[in-house]
Design a protein around this ligand. Structure first.
Ligand code: AMP
Length: 372
């Protein structure tokens, strides 16, 4: 038995999963939290894995989630010192993520010096977007400096859109889909025959859908307005839009499991929060339908998308004339498997497909190293 070790190194946590080759089934996994020293955190990961039993001598490749790959990386890449430098050079684009991703890469390369390490980028899947999708209408010198739409959650959008085609037994290159990745972070993508042609997150993960604590789309003049009228700094506005906005700002909670009971108890702020949240998602469905011209499949995934039938139904309300017809019974089935939730005869098939970024990272790491 050989393994892929998948590492997702965040600012204060390291998520890990040991994946069996070639089945990609999980052999062990977990999360080390409250990490302040990532080398120390990596030692904890190793200790937990060793306690779980598997022989770590059999790790054949290590796959790392790296958030920002810029325009350079449309595919996963085997990490060497030059790749490490480029991940570092991209840090201004993802200051909360790339530096800690890199610390994880360096710590893991020390622990596993003799196996290949592969970076799988959150931005990579979206690199197929055409210029008209990724270009902002802003001064050219900014664009020349790399200001454009990149998109994130790419590993999830790639995995889920491909799994949707497999599930329907249709060739991936022939299927047009919209993926709604609705977790604490949330994004939508339009995927035409396996290629991403538009996505809702932009230069940073702030743009697009209403999220747990992120505003999603707002008037870009907001920062200047708040600076003028309240004396807020750019950093204060940035922090508030990323961490104190979204559902949390609208109703005091960012977890849907806490919001629905408030809606049912007649809390007007919670009711409005869900209206704002679902209307934004519905608008992106309409926009991406228009971008694709023909829509075969609409897929829900991630924490909210997989588990919350009420939110799914609310997002798709009134879209019957677009050929999107939900089956209320299928929508509320407690199944955890990939499943159809649209009505028989609905022109667009609506699916729930659980995402699995670790499995996708493992598969990509094996493919790029030829070790699969
Ligand atoms: P994620 O970022 O994909 O882990 O998603 C986390 C979010 O999913 C939580 O903040 C909740 O809003 C939502 N969520 C998770 N489980 C459920 C559930 N059983 N019902 C409704 N929402 C859920």
């Amino acid at each position: 038995m050989r393994y892929v070790l998948v590492l997702n190194c965040g600012s204060s946590s390291i998520k890990y999963r040991l994946v069996e080759v070639p089945s990609l089934e999980t052999a062990a996994g977990g999360i080390v939290e409250r990490v302040s020293d990532h080398a120390e955190g990596m030692r904890k990961v190793l200790a937990e894995l060793e306690a779980a039993g598997p022989d770590l001598e059999r790790v054949a490749v290590v796959g790392h989630r790296v958030v920002h790959g810029g325009t350079r990386y449309a595919d996963p890449v085997v990490i060497d010192d030059a790749v490490e430098r480029r991940i570092e050079e991209l840090s201004p684009m993802a200051p909360l993520h790339n530096p800690v991703n890199l610390i994880g890469v360096r710590a893991a390369r020390e622990v596993f010096p003799s196996v290949p390490h592969v970076a799988v980028f959150d931005t990579a899947f979206h690199q197929t977007m055409p210029p008209e999708a990724y270009t902002y209408a802003i001064p050219r010198e900014w664009t020349a400096g790399g200001v454009r739409r990149y998109g994130f959650h790419g590993t999830s959008h790639a995995y889920v859109s491909r799994r949707a085609a497999e599930f329907l037994d249709r060739p991936y290159p022939e299927v047009n889909s919209i993926v709604l990745h609705l977790g604490n972070g949330a994004s939508a993508s339009a995927v035409e025959g396996g290629r991403c042609v538009d996505t809702s997150m932009g230069l940073t993960p702030l743009e697009g859908l209403v999220m747990g604590t992120r505003s999603g789309d707002v008037d870009p003049a907001l920062a200047a307005f708040l600076a003028r009228t309240r004396g807020l700094s750019v950093e204060e506005v940035d922090h508030a839009l990323n961490h104190e906005s979204g559902l949390l700002a609208l109703c005091g909670h960012n977890d849907l499991r806490e919001i629905w009971p408030l809606v049912d108890a007649g809390d007007p702020a919670a009711a409005l929060a869900m209206e704002v949240y679902t209307r934004r998602a519905r608008k992106y469905v309409g926009a991406y339908y228009a971008v694709l011209g023909r829509l075969d499949v609409l897929v829900f995934t991630a924490g909210v998308g997989e588990n919350d039938p009420r939110t799914r139904a609310m997002i798709l309300t009134g879209l019957e004339n677009l050929g999107i017809v939900l089956d209320p019974e299928a929508n509320t089935s407690p199944s955890r498997a990939p499943r159809v939730i649209s009505a028989a005869g609905s022109p667009v098939t609506v699916l729930v497909v659980p995402t699995d970024e670790e499995r996708e990272i493992a598969g990509q790491a094996l493919a790029v190293t030829g070790l699969g």
